[in-house]
Design a protein. Sequence first.
Length: 232
Amino acid sequence: MPLVQGCLWAQMRSFDHIETRPGGREEVLDDISEDFPYLSVLSQHDRYHERTAPWHWHQELELFYVLEGTVDYATPHERLTLPEGSVGMVNANVLHMTHATDGAPDVNLLIHLFRPQFLAERGSRVWRRCVEPLVSATSIELLVVTPGEGDCAGVRDRMYRAFETAMGEGDGWELRLRDYRIQQACRMLAHTTRPIAAVGEMSGLGTASHFGQVFRAAMGCTPREYRSRWQD
């Protein structure tokens, strides 16, 4: 899908360079917030210096979709050349670099960046069975599916629709996800003895102070009051 002015992807926050923390290679992602650790971007690789995103890492998982052009993805133990239509994942905390390979004027990637706890609360069944085994597996650096391989069309379609959802009008998708997280917080407050701060972190609603503000706005009481009423 060519990136034309006015199309859905042209409205996304675009990247044409990366910043790393002084003295290291951890990427600075200022738009990733503690209360909503997710970011979707249009990465315009042909505009990077030397068409390259240099070696870097981040604590977030990275899901990518090669919208236009051809790009190299490299990790310490793997290097792959990915044509247009490829989709893949870079694991959390994995050193990697990318390079627009073919000299074409347009090399664009759609990228989801999110912290593992965005998927499930730490200690939950989903975390133990699905998230933790992935992010703790040092042997898994880069997973990709290229056009014509396996269920690439299905994976690509789901990835494409995920970006459409993130770019949908208004904040409806964020609100739906916030409501789900509040439901999870209510369950933990009612049925566990976890500290309030831990409930906020595990439900993805941020620090104790932010969790308290969001919870009170949604439920009309503080997390502590909710726990007391339910358990009494």
